[in-house]
Design a protein around this ligand. Structure first.
Ligand code: UD1
Ligand code: CA
Length: 476
């Protein structure tokens, strides 16, 4: 069965020198995935018969970053011949010989072209019955892009790269977006004849339109009205700009779905996150990766959630959480640190200056202040007193703490794991609990208090403390 006679070629072999980075350019992330990941996500939506990614620079790293998330993508290696023309040539050579149809060429560094834009671009190409169609845009600052040179009748004549452009050509503000639709036959015929006689010594894909025109073939141009869809990332300033535009788009999408976002400029939402209607996001909040937030939850200000699940009507403020589950109507923060494996039950509470990790905290249970809870299972209706600590690590191994329903610990309790507190047990303030506590027992480990009368006046004579004590004594 053939789909829609469409092959998509994504160019991702370049080094990205202008990024000045160890990381290949196309792997720099925005919105929670690599630049090229956005292009592949869009490509997958178009329903192509073939999706090819051309790789070369750090190819293993690029392939490893994409293989799992984009199983339909076939990776094709570019050889030592440089340039976008060569990249497309190796890609079409890897297509089945009997493939007939159109090749949509996309750049791994242009992540903002959405599926709707590309679908209408492709429709325009097919309707025009053109040999090739270019996506172009008229921009204020064409710096860095290839310029679209038109003839006296206004038809596309050729593309000239900035480095090869005369001053007059460089002044043209219509740019080549680097996205093209070609009939496959055109590429099979023309790419082998593209040379490297240019300022960069590369095989330019952008030579093909000019060659087609000289042979009398039809080259169409589709001028996009929203120029941002054409924005490419060549340096870190553009990375930030394109990241901001993507985020603005995501924020707006959720606003139209019924999410209140108080301050779009300081709210960052990854493309994979999901927010329900009537969620409220307060300023300076990052909703990252596959975080899911249920109806009515209030998140922020100053909160970062990475791969978290937040239940209905929960409140999470000034919190940093990764791979945590927060139950319905639970409250978290301010100043809480939830590490992976934290599961807070419905109506539970994790309060100020509390750190949790691999901790299941049952329904309605509270860890309100200054605690560390790691490798613990906590039942329902539990209250851990201020500064209760699970001492889970003995310098060699990590051990678990188990706490039954309705346990209350006194302030400053240290639970030395492995240890188990039965249902309804209590600990006294300052207890260091090394042995299991049976259900309903009170654990005390601190020696009874002894007061040595007159110690300060005798041993610290002349100090402020001794004088104050003497005054209080004489007043008695
Ligand atoms: C390219 C276009 C330019 C256009 C711009 C749009 C050419 C010659 N120029 O310039 O007209 O305005 O895109 O953004 O095509 N790549 C390979 N193999 C290579 C070289 C590059 O796969 O040998 C990939 C890169 O990884 C990148 C894409 O092709 O994803 C574009 O390469 P880049 O070097 O960024 O081209 P530009 O200079 O931006
Ligand atoms: Ca580029």
């Amino acid at each position: 069965m053939t789909g829609n006679n469409l092959a998509i070629v994504v160019l991702a072999a370049g080094q990205g020198t202008r990024m000045r980075s160890r990381l290949p350019k196309v792997l720099h992330p925005i919105g929670g995935r690599p630049l090229v990941g956005h292009v592949l996500t869009t490509a997958a939506r178009l329903g192509a018969d073939h999706i090819e990614v051309v790789v070369r620079h750090e190819r293993d790293q690029v392939v490893a970053a994409l293989r799992e998330d984009y199983p339909q993508a076939v990776f094709v290696d570019q050889d030592e011949v440089p340039g976008t023309g060569r990249a497309v040539q190796v890609a079409i050579d890897a297509l089945p010989d009997d493939f007939e149809g159109d090749v949509l060429v996309l750049s791994g560094d242009c992540p903002l072209a959405d599926a709707d834009t590309l679908r209408s671009f492709l429709d325009a190409h097919r309707a025009a019955e053109a040999a090739a169609t270019l996506m172009t845009a008229v921009v204020d600052d064409p710096n860095g892009y290839g310029r679209v040179i038109r003839d006296a009748e206004g038809n596309v004549d050729r593309i000239v790269e900035q480095k090869d452009a005369t001053d007059d050509e460089a002044a043209v503000r219509e740019i080549n977006a680097g996205m093209y639709a070609f009939r496959i036959g055109v590429l099979r015929e023309y790419l082998p004849t593209v040379g490297v006689d240019n300022a960069q010594g590369e095989m330019y894909l952008t030579d093909v339109p000019g060659m087609l025109r000289r042979d009398g073939s039809r080259v169409a141009a589709s001028v996009v009205s929203d120029v941002t869809v054409t924005y490419g990332v060549n340096d870190r300033a553009q990375l930030a700009e394109v990241g901001r535009l993507l985020n603005a788009r995501i924020v707006r999408r959720w606003q139209l779905e019924g999410v209140t976002i108080i301050d779009p400029a300081t709210t960052w939402i990854d493309d994979d996150a999901t927010l329900a209607p009537d969620v409220t996001i307060l300023p300076n909040t990052h909703i990252l990766r596959a975080t899911v937030i249920a109806e009515g939850a209030i998140i922020g200000p100053d909160t970062t959630l990475v791969d978290c699940e937040v239940g209905e009507d929960a409140i999470v403020r000034r919190t940093d959480a990764t791979l945590a589950v927060i139950g319905a109507e639970a409250t978290v923060g301010p100043f809480s640190f939830l590490r992976p494996g934290t599961v807070l039950g419905a109506k539970g509470k994790i309060g100020a200056y509390v750190e949790t990790k691999n901790a299941e905290i049952g329904e309605g249970s509270k860890v309100p202040h200054l605690s560390y809870v790691g490798d613990a299972t906590i039942g329902r209706g539990v209250n851990l007193g201020a500064s209760t600590i699970t001492a889970n690590y003995d310098d060699v191994n990590k051990h678990r703490t188990e706490i039954g329903d309705e346990v209350h610990t006194g302030s400053h309790t240290v639970l030395v794991a492995p240890v188990k507190l039965g249902a309804g047990a209590k600990t006294a303030a300052g207890a260091v609990v090394r042995k299991d506590v049976p259900a309903g027992a009170l654990a005390m480990s601190v020696a009874p208090q002894r007061n040595i009368e007159g110690w300060v006046e005798k041993n610290r004579a002349g100090t402020g403390a001794a004088d104050a004590a003497a005054r209080e004594h004489s007043a008695e």
